[in-house]
Design a protein around this ligand. Structure first.
Ligand code: KG4
Ligand code: ZN
Length: 405
């Protein structure tokens, strides 16, 4: 089965085409036939955060070039003509995208693809709508069924797969837009994962502990009551004068502080919010407030910024590890997975791995470049839904910014 996947929930525009067969229990086999991603991070960095309407504009610009690239890479672009009569209606609110897609489709024949998967939430609604309307337009023009994917299911599934080494990872295509490619004909294998699986999903918009009996079945055990972990990282980075996105920058400074044996924390001490609360919920807004108070009290020097970054990371990791371990003790699971942008954080991985090792529970984590948003994870989630014939209606599919697993 060939699945074309589209991801536009936040500030990454990504398209991936995979071929897959088998199920979770029976010989899953897959390959990436084409894959391309454009990150808007540099654009948003100027504003210090993601602006939905800027994201919407950037997605519109990126989608057709990415689609062309992926279809060429997969050798599925054939000259011919597609039906474009529905485009004015479906892409009514995306004029720039409509014109480009029309131009593309009058020279491109219906490719041999079995389903088009698209993220329909959670995320920024203006951004989600661009991907959804693009997918709807392709689905109708090419008469290919549509699959609606929950972005968080993508993050949850990604760590369960082994993706072969990219063949031309550094072969970055022309400077603008900045394009990252995974490469083509890369094998995807499913790791041996014993279920039930406990997943800790930590991203820019979410912090969730999810129990899964099998792919497609999810129970949320705990979630953040205010800011998501990634959001806290980004806000604290901003307070410390570090660029957006804040996660990688705080991570880098903290690791430096650890290497420099920065034992003295310059008197910095941050709370561990809700660490002893009996629920499996989280709260990270207090950490940001605590950092703000420190910054307001005295403008921190470089060494202090490092110390604060490190203490913040330690506080976050301690809470995440403690709650994950408690969820395991309370509910039991055979395996643990972490996913989402923050799961690429070195310290969080290290601390969680340490705790789980002593409990003899395996930890599955995605490679850092697949921890952040990408379309491969949407293709994988879409594949399992397509196999179950869980198709979406192209006429009624809509964005749901708060979609839950
Ligand atoms: O999953 P993701 O790419 O997008 C959402 O679905 O939200 O996650 C993005 C988040 C950002 O908040 C970013 O600061 C954070 O992931 N992040 C990190 C690291 N890399 C990205 N946080 C901590 N350490 C990192 N190395
Ligand atoms: Zn994400």
């Amino acid at each position: 089965m060939k699945i074309l996947a589209i991801e536009t929930s936040c500030d990454e525009t990504a398209i991936c085409l995979i071929e897959a067969s088998g199920t979770q229990d029976r010989e899953f086999r897959g390959a990436i036939l084409g894959d391309a991603l454009v990150s808007q991070a540099a654009t948003h960095a100027e504003f210090g955060g993601v602006f939905p309407n800027v994201a919407k504009r950037e997605h519109q610009i990126a989608l057709v070039p990415l689609l062309r690239h992926v279809l060429i890479e997969a050798k599925l672009l054939k000259s011919g003509k597609s039906d474009i009569s529905h485009l004015p209606r479906i892409l009514e609110r995306e004029g720039a995208l409509r014109r480009e897609l029309e131009e593309f489709l009058i020279n491109a024949e219906n490719p041999a693809i079995d389903a088009i998967a698209v993220t329909h939430g959670p995320g920024l609604e203006p951004a989600l709508w661009v991907g959804i309307n693009f997918a709807r337009a392709l689905s109708v023009s090419w008469n290919i069924p549509l699959v609606a994917v929950n972005h968080m299911e993508g993050h949850l599934l990604m760590p369960l797969f082994d993706v072969g080494t990219p063949q031309h990872h550094s072969n970055i295509l022309p400077p603008s837009p900045p394009l990252r490619r995974t490469g083509k004909n890369i094998g995807i294998k499913m790791r041996h994962v014993d279920f039930p699986l406990l997943a800790l999903l930590i991203s820019g918009g979410h912090t969730e502990l999810v129990l899964s009996e099998r792919i497609g079945m999810y129970e949320i055990l705990g979630r953040t009551r205010d800011d998501a972990v990634g959001e806290a990282y980004d806000k604290v980075a901003r307070l410390l004068g570090l660029p957006y996105p804040g996660g990688p920058e705080i991570s880098r400074l903290s690791e430096e502080a650890r290497e420099e044996h920065e034992a003295s924390l310059h008197g910095v001490s941050l709370p561990r919010p809700m660490i002893n609360d009996p629920s499996l919920d989280f709260s990270f807004a207090g950490l940001k407030t605590a950092v703000r108070r420190i910054v307001e009290r005295s403008a921190p020097k470089e060494a202090d910024v490092k110390a604060i970054a490190r203490e913040f990371e330690d506080a976050v990791a301690e809470v995440l590890v403690k709650k994950t371990v408690r969820a395991l003790e309370e509910r039991g699971a055979q395996s643990v997975a972490i996913g989402g942008g923050v799961s690429s954080n070195t310290n969080t991985r290290r601390e969680l791995a340490k705790a789980l090792e002593s409990m003899n529970v395996p930890l599955f984590a995605p490679p850092p470049e697949l921890a952040t948003d990408n379309a491969l994870m949407i293709a994988l989630a879409g594949y399992f839904r397509a196999r179950q014939q869980q198709f979406a209606d192209a006429e009624t599919l809509h964005a749901d910014g708060n979609l839950s697993l």
